[in-house]
Design a binder for this molecule. Structure first.
Ligand code: AMP
Ligand code: MG
Length: 319
């Protein structure tokens, strides 16, 4: 088991020595290492069993620190950075050569963001390197949103988990990239809604096509999987599905009739998509139990973070 605590100095000295530390962010918990240290970066891929073709996000604390990592910041990127950072938004920007190839999987852009989590921001301010920090879970499984989730799966492989409580947003960052003409595209829906991005820079395309070749940025077709069969649908569609004692349900704001109480999770009793996002991954984990065979999952409303929730559910449902 890993040690769990709030000791920034301890986290700092481990990271400085090249070790890995799990850190809280507002999106999900990350498995962090020194982005400038190729050994630390390689260790992250090994601990997560993450394929080397899947690039990492570098986390930093300020626009000044960012300028050490990238060669150019397009106007639209700058506007987004000023408005949305610290926050759940990742920008793909042309990288400087100081970034190891392994971080970017050899791509000429690097993914960067400033996270909005007090402990982690303080840690980033105190170290002289950025942190790469993919979700702190074995590759392909549900992302962790508490220190306990991290400990359950990676506790034996890391020394320390910095505990910032439950994640405020609960799903990964939105990823935005720019073409040569500096036109923005969303490559992954996430914790910053499309609407709030468009308020800052106008209309953006979404290109989050599932891919088994993540060189096309974005994500794999199958991900976030709790290892159960998941059936996705509207409340009415799931209502008519035949159920037994091995059926569980994750619904938006009302219980699904015919499901045992202990197998039924309502994501957003208040009807807010942001609440549903906060609870989504914990719900998928909770239903990863031997006596459950099928999870019926209701699609979230198609606005705000609902789009990102539906994206995660869709990928979780792919075997
Ligand atoms: P995460 O697993 O949440 O840390 O997110 C990392 C994801 O960011 C990867 O799976 C890619 O989809 C995306 N990504 C990171 N760097 C790049 C890049 N340079 N170009 C395109 N996508 C990237
Ligand atoms: Mg992940």
């Amino acid at each position: 088991m890993a040690e769990i605590g709030k000791d920034i100095d301890h986290a700092k000295s481990l990271l400085q020595s090249g070790a890995l530390v799990a850190i809280p962010t507002e999106t999900v918990y990350g498995l962090a290492g020194n982005a400038f240290n190729p050994n630390a970066v390689a260790h992250i891929f090994e601990v997560k069993q993450r394929p080397a073709f899947d690039p990492l996000i570098a986390h930093t604390h300020s626009l000044e620190a960012l300028s050490g990592l990238v060669t150019e910041i397009p106007d639209a990127a700058h506007k987004l950075a000023e408005t949305c950072w610290p926050g759940p938004l990742t920008l793909l920007l042309p990288r400087k050569s100081i970034i190891p190839d392994l971080v970017t999987s050899g791509l000429d852009t690097v993914a960067v963001r400033i996270p909005k989590q007090a402990l982690t921001l303080e840690l980033l301010r105190q170290i002289e390197f950025p942190l790469v920090a993919p979700s702190a879970n074995p590759f392909g499984y549900v992302s962790p949103t508490t220190a306990m989730h991290v400990n359950d799966q990676l506790g034996s492989k890391i020394d320390y988990i910095l505990d910032g409580g439950a994640c405020q947003i609960g799903i990964e960052s939105t990823i935005v990239g720019f073409n040569e003409a500096h036109q923005p595209t969303i490559y992954r829906l996430g914790g910053t809604s499309k609407e709030s991005i468009e308020k800052v820079i106008g209309p953006v395309n979404v290109n989050d096509h599932s891919s088994s070749n993540p060189k096309a940025p974005g994500m794999l077709a199958s991900h976030y999987s709790p290892g159960k069969k998941i059936i996705l649908g509207s409340f009415d569609e799931l209502n008519v599905y035949s159920k037994d004692r091995t059926t569980a349900a994750i619904t938006f704001n009302q219980p699904l009739p015919g499901i045992a109480n202990e197998h039924s999770i309502i994501l957003a009793p208040d009807g807010e998509v942001t609440t549903a996002a906060q609870h989504l991954f914990a719900a998928l984990r909770q239903l990863d139990q031997p006596d459950i065979e099928v999870i019926l999952a209701e699609q979230a409303p198609n606005h705000g973070l609902g789009l990102a929730i539906n994206d995660r559910l869709k990928r979780a449902a792919v075997k």
